[in-house]
Design a protein around this ligand. Structure first.
Ligand code: GDP
Ligand code: MG
Length: 440
C-alpha cells in the first residue's frame, strides 16, 4: 500500500540535511513502484522519475521538514506541475458557433460527456448549445444523444436518414449559424479498437468543421492501455484537450498522468458520475493526491502546520500518541483547531477513506463545534481533566450552565469517548507515526 510505502520513504531519509543522488535511490525505487501501482504507464514513469531526480538532487531540506518530506513534496509538486502546466479552461473564443469535436474509442463516454458538457456550458457559461450526432453506424447512438439533449434542455440537430457524417456536419454548421448557437458539440462514432477507417472519418470531420476544441475522451479505467489509444488519436488529430471519464470507479488515476504525458494536452474535464451533473473541471492537485494514493494527507498536514500553534500541536500529538491523558480540554482544543482548518467537513474530505470512516463515528458537524465548546466551558477544571467523575447531578448543572439538555451533555461525553478510541485506531494504523514523520 502506497501510504505505507511513502512513510517507508520518509523513514529511509531520516537525519539527512540534503537530498543526494545516493540517499534518494531507495526512495525513488519505492516511488516508481507506487506509480506503477497507480496504473501510470511504464515509459511515462521512466521520464517522470528522471525529472524528479533532477529536481530533487541538491534540494536543500528546510528546517521544519525531514528530507523524506521534502522528496515526497517534490514528487507531489512535480505531478501537479505536469498535469496543470497547460491552461485547462475550455476555449470558446472564436466566431460562433464554437465547434467542439468529441473523439475517442467506443464506450469511452463521448456521448454521455457531450450531454454533460452541453449542460455545463448552458449553466456555467450561459451558452446556447446545439448537440449534433455523427454516429450513424448504430441508430441507437443518435437517439441516445437526442434523449440527453432533452434531459439537459439543449437543442438537438435533426439528422436525416441516410446522411453521411460529412453531410451531417455541414448541415449542422449551417443550422447552428442560422439559429445563433454559441456552441455546437459534435459527437462521433467510436470503435472498440483503433482502426484506419474511423481515424480517417474523424480526421475529415476535423478538417471540415475546424473545431476550436477537439477533445479526446478517454476512460480512466483503461489504465496502462490509455497510452496506446492516446498516441493513436494524438497522431491523427490536432487534439486540444482531454476528458477523463469514469473517475468515480476504482480507477487509480494513473491514466491522467500517462495521457497528458503522451498527448501533451491538458485534461479539461473529468467524468465523476454517470448522471448528467457528473462532469467536473480538472483539479491537478487532487489528481496528484489520488495518484499518490494518500487522500490529501499532505494538504492536511500542511494546513495543520499553518493554522496550529506548533507547541500546542506537539503537546496534543504526544497525548494522541499515548492515548493517555487526553481530556476534555484537549478535546475542546481539537475542535478549535478543526474550526481554524475550515471545519470538520473540510478535514474529513482530506483523510484517507479508512480513517475518514472511523471519524464518521464521531458524528459531529460544524454547527456542533460551538455548542461543544459551550458545554465544555461550563465544566470545572477538575471535571474536564477527569470526565469519569461526571455523574447525574454534575451533568444537570453543566446542562443548565450551558443552556442545553442533559442528553446533549451525554452525547458530547460519548463523542469524547469515540474520539479517544479513534486516536487509538489512528495509532494502530500508523497515522500518528506518519504525521510525526512528515512533521520532522
Ligand atoms: P461512447 O461510446 O464513447 O459514446 O460512450 P457512452 O457515452 O455511451 O458511455 C458508455 C458508458 O459509460 C455508458 O453506460 C455511460 O453511462 C458510462 N459513463 C460515461 N461517463 C461516465 C462517468 O464519468 N462515470 C460513470 N460511472 N459512467 C460513465
Ligand atoms: Mg456514443
Amino acid at each position: 500500500n502506497l501510504t505505507g510505502k511513502l512513510s517507508g520513504v520518509i523513514k529511509t531519509l531520516r537525519g539527512e540535511t540534503r537530498l543526494t543522488e545516493s540517499n534518494i535511490q531507495k526512495a525513488l525505487r519505492e516511488i516508481r513502484l507506487a506509480l506503477l501501482e497507480a496504473d501510470v504507464a511504464l515509459p511515462v514513469i521512466k521520464d517522470f522519475i528522471a525529472r524528479v531526480k533532477e529536481k530533487a538532487v541538491g534540494h536543500e531540506v528546510m528546517n521544519s521538514l525531514t528530507p523524506g518530506q521534502a522528496l515526497v513534496g517534490v514528487v507531489h509538486q512535480e505531478l501537479i506541475s505536469i498535469m496543470g502546466r497547460e491552461k485547462s479552461d475550455i476555449n470558446l473564443s472564436t466566431v460562433p458557433p464554437a465547434v467542439i469535436l468529441m473523439a475517442g474509442l467506443q464506450g469511452a463516454g463521448k456521448t454521455t460527456s457531450s450531454g454533460k458538457l452541453a449542460k455545463w456550458l448552458m449553466e456555467q457559461k450561459k451558452k446556447k448549445v446545439l448537440l449534433v450526432s455523427c454516429d450513424i453506424y448504430r441508430p441507437a447512438a443518435i437517439h441516445q444523444l437526442e434523449l440527453l439533449a432533452e434531459q439537459v434542455n439543449s437543442d438537438f440537430f435533426p439528422v436525416k436518414p441516410g446522411q453521411k457524417p460529412n453531410e451531417i456536419a455541414t448541415a449542422a454548421l449551417d443550422y447552428a449559424r442560422r439559429h445563433h448557437h454559441d456552441v455546437m458539440i459534435v459527437d462521433t462514432a467510436g470503435r472498440l479498437g483503433i482502426d484506419d477507417a474511423m481515424m480517417q472519418e474523424i480526421s475529415q470531420l476535423e478538417t471540415l468543421l475546424q473545431p476550436i476544441e477537439t477533445l479526446f475522451v478517454v476512460d480512466a479505467m483503461q489504465g496502462q492501455d490509455a497510452v496506446n489509444t492516446a498516441k493513436a488519436f494524438a497522431d491523427a488529430l490536432p487534439l486540444t484537450g482531454i476528458i477523463l471519464t469514469k473517475l468515480d470507479g476504482d480507477a487509480r488515476g494513473g491514466a491522467a498522468l500517462s495521457v497528458q504525458h503522451i498527448t501533451g494536452k491538458p485534461i479539461k474535464f473529468t467524468g465523476i458520475a454517470e448522471k448528467l451533473t457528473g462532469l467536473e473541471a480538472f483539479h491537478p492537485d487532487r489528481m496528484a493526491s489520488r495518484i499518490l494514493g494518500m487522500g490529501d494527507v499532505l494538504g492536511l498536514i500542511e494546513e495543520a502546520q499553518r493554522s496550529t500553534d506548533q507547541r500546542e500541536a506537539e503537546k496534543l500529538m504526544k497525548k494522541m500518541k499515548s492515548g493517555k491523558g487526553f481530556d476534555l480540554d484537549d478535546f475542546k482544543m481539537q475542535f478549535q483547531q478543526m474550526k481554524k482548518m475550515g471545519g470538520i467537513t473540510a478535514m474529513m474530505d482530506k483523510l484517507p477513506a479508512q480513517l475518514s470512516q472511523a471519524a464518521q463515528n464521531v458524528k459531529v458537524d460544524d454547527k456542533v463545534i460551538s455548542r461543544t465548546e459551550g458545554i465544555i466551558n461550563a465544566m470545572t477544571r477538575q471535571e474536564r481533566a477527569k470526565p469519569e467523575i461526571l455523574k447525574a447531578s454534575r451533568k444537570r448543572r453543566i446542562a443548565a450552565g450551558s443552556g442545553v439538555t442533559v442528553q446533549e451533555v451525554n452525547r458530547l461525553l460519548s463523542q469524547f469517548e469515540q474520539a479517544r478510541k479513534m486516536m487509538k485506531m489512528m495509532n494502530k494504523g500508523g497515522m500518528t507515526k506518519m504525521m510525526r514523520g512528515l512533521k520532522g
